[in-house]
Design a protein around this ligand. Structure first.
Ligand code: MG
Length: 159
């Protein structure tokens, strides 16, 4: 068995009057992440971890933020496309693990829903995805609630 590990990181600024979507789950807030797509930084970090593990170029290569096709795009659609790309190369996803760094909103009550949405898009079982949330302890712009960041790792296997 050939194993490949990948890492992904993403950050987006929080702005008023944008929908907040993380891990494919919409939150009931009056602020959201700014970006060309739905700006779901958790899903973007997972996409980059998967692409990195497969030795493919990053998410910006596949879904350029200059392409109107991806304006307000649902990042679960992007994740499904990424999974199709790595599947074409013969890889299976063994597991994903991710951490979201956010001062607000409280993510813990929605972690199970986020896992379920990501599992559906990635073709995994929810227990094949690790998902944690932490704050930035008031440090830097993330700690002041001005941005949300996410880290992810992915393990791929190929016979
Ligand atoms: Mg992004």
């Amino acid at each position: 068995m050939n194993y490949r590990i990948g890492h992904g990181y993403d950050i987006h600024r929080l702005v008023p009057d944008r929908p907040l979507v993380l891990g494919g789950v919409k939150f009931d807030t009056d602020y959201g992440l700014d970006g060309h797509s739905d700006a779901d930084c958790l899903t973007h970090a997972i996409c980059d971890a998967l692409l990195g593990a497969a030795g493919l170029p990053d998410i910006g290569h596949f879904f350029p933020d200059t392409d109107p096709a991806y304006k307000n795009a649902d990042s679960q659609v992007l994740l499904r496309r990424v999974v199709a790309e790595i599947t074409k190369l013969g890889y299976n996803i063994s597991n994903l693990d991710a951490t979201v760094i956010a001062e607000k909103p409280k993510l813990a009550p929605r972690l199970a829903a986020m896992k379920a949405a990501l599992a559906k898009s990635a073709g995994l079982l929810p227990d094949e995805i690790g998902l944690k949330a932490t704050t930035n302890e008031g440090v830097d712009d993330i700690g002041r609630g001005l941005a949300i960041a996410a880290h992810a790792v992915a393990l791929l296997s190929r016979r």
